[in-house]
Design a protein around this ligand. Structure first.
Ligand SMILES: [Mg+2]
Length: 286
């Protein structure tokens, strides 16, 4: 992990405020997991796909195998830069036929949280398509929101937009809402790049504003799924990232399986686990 990435994940651990208990990680195949679990929460970006068209080796087979076995599947994604309808279509083109109800985006949590927050206007940083999450939460985009609120779902490079956000976030009582806490993500060429969570961390550190995170590793995305599934379900989270998928599953009280070599390089995993003080229940071989 990058130094800044470690700082961000440690901040998430602090915010979660849970005691960590380092487990002994076993290595399992998908067949072994299917024998033990009946509800599979699956990460999207980096686990099933990367950008709109790339399916990792074994990803589609994993999905089809679990479907064939009659497992309950839910896609838990922090990719709040695009509406769920678009994600559904992209996934369908790749061969994954999730239903609308099976996809839980961190962006959808905004409407739930805003019932309490009652935010009416906000400045938005992210791709244009992600603004649909503000609309579904009844939040209007504003260059000068009446309360100082900024919502971020992706890195924005335009200087004017960054400066505008910083200006709002420096106001007293300012609130930053992060729809995608992922700090780093894998590129198609195998390298990794800072994304929304790293950008939000920069904005938060620059301004010392109140910062709220929706999505993995924070509990609301997990509880929104576990509320709608039978209590008796044996659930597991499958993902590619220690500080979001694995940490989030741990905080939600469920097991996790980490796919190595995508967002978490195999050579670094032991060191990364020691640094964060967390380990997955399983390494998944697919
Ligand atoms: Mg991922």
């Amino acid at each position: 992990m990058e130094l800044l990435e470690i700082e961000i994940f440690k901040n998430y651990i602090k915010k979660l405020n849970i005691p960590l208990d380092v487990v002994e990680t076993k290595t399992h195949t998908l067949e072994q997991l299917a024998f033990k679990y009946d509800l599979f929460l699956i990460d999207a970006f980096g686990t099933l796909y990367n950008q709109n068209y790339f399916v990792y080796p074994g990803a589609l087979e994993m999905y089809k195998y679990l479907k064939k076995k009659g497992k309950a599947l839910r896609l838990l994604t922090n990719a709040a830069s695009q509406p769920v309808e678009k994600l559904l279509k992209d996934l369908w083109l790749m061969g994954f036929d999730f239903s609308r109800e099976e996809i839980i985006s961190s962006g959808n949590l905004l409407a739930i949280e805003n019932k309490e927050w009652k935010i009416e206007e906000a400045y938005y940083l992210g791709h244009d398509a992600g603004i649909s999450f503000l609309e579904s939460a009844s939040i209007a985009f504003s260059e000068n929101p009446k309360d100082p609120v900024v919502i971020v779902s992706a890195v924005v490079f335009e200087k004017e937009r960054r400066e505008k956000a910083l200006e709002i976030l420096k106001m007293p009582g300012a609130k930053l809402i992060v729809l995608n806490p992922d700090p780093w993500a894998p590129r198609l060429d195998g390298t990794r790049q800072p994304v929304s969570g790293a950008f939000a961390h920069f904005l938060s550190k620059q301004t010392h504003c109140e910062t709220y995170y929706l999505g993995k590793p924070f509990p609301s995305i997990f509880s929104s799924v576990l509320k709608t599934t039978p209590k008796s379900s044996k659930a597991i989270m499958i993902g590619d990232t220690l500080g979001t998928d694995v940490l989030g599953a741990y905080a939600a009280g469920i097991d996790s399986a980490l796919i190595l070599g995508r967002n978490m390089p195999r050579a670094d995993i032991t060191k990364d686990e020691q640094i964060l003080g967390i380990r997955p229940t399983y390494y998944l071989i697919i």
